[in-house]
Design a protein around this ligand. Sequence first.
Ligand code: RIB
Ligand code: CA
Length: 330
Amino acid sequence: MRKKIIMDVDTGSDDAIALVLAMSDPEIDLQGVCSVNGNLEVSLTTDNTLRVVECCRAQERVKVYRGCEYPLVCTLQKGTGQYGVIPKRESAVSDTVVHRKQVPLPAPSIQAQEESAVSWMIRMLLQSDGDITVVAVGPLTNLAAAMRADARIIDKIQEIIIMGGGHKRSGLCSAAAEFNVWCDPEAMEIVLQSGCPITMVPLDATYHAKMGEEEAKRIAAIGTPEAKLVSDLIGQRIEGYRNGYGAEAVTEGVPVHDALAVCAAIHPQVLQDVKRCNMHVDLGKGYAYGRTVIDTRDCEYSEAANVSFAMGADRERFVNWVMDTLEKKA
Ligand code: RIB
Ligand code: CA
């Protein structure tokens, strides 16, 4: 049985790689893609998503739905960045490199659907047999808004796989939080409290599944438009991380966060050291705003587990899946 998934993306470079793989792996039945404000404003994340769908020649079977333009709440709070875009700080990686405004593809000749992402997500889930997995690799704004707008979808979601959060690692945007959660912390908390089956693919896992120049060369040699895009984007990410973290930080390559979440949807064994635990998001307006707090205690005071939280990943299995999927498409 092919795996039915909905992707929620803030396309960006690793989202684009994740989309290529989701549209290339024959085991995945991609029902549609929702864009959201995150790495870039939603007009750009939507445009980039359309470019990738067209690159994969999937425009007949994969439709794109424009999502929320701003986070649910945090935009209203001072000091949390402008509408989810990382405030420009000297210390931060130059995000115009890791996530350039346009992915390196021609402008799209296709458009997003008229229906909004939230409306479509609700309609798709309600009319489904409860067999759809939501793979969220950007801020959780769309999914949280959909849950608030029509709670009936909660029982219709088979699983939510989220690239987000971090236990021993934080992101580029703050010392405490990973970007997708930091961008809309309240949305993540709403999803956490929904009761849906949730698998977290946090930075702790994604940093165990890096790809480097060696992999980029092997992928480029496949010779398809999709492979060229993936290779170019890995190279772009290496350059961006090198700018921000220095050459030593990219010796084994760079994480391709969102692609690991797609891999986990069909090969869950790619995630390692997976713990059932309780997770919340710090919603205080201090330095830890957006931090994912997991309860690793095993005591009577722990709240009930609400996530499966992966602390590691099988890099070899992940890289082999990427290579095989792109080679089969050739
Ligand atoms: O922290 C990594 C996440 O933030 C990825 O989804 C990346 O695309 C950015 O959105
Ligand atoms: Ca993303």
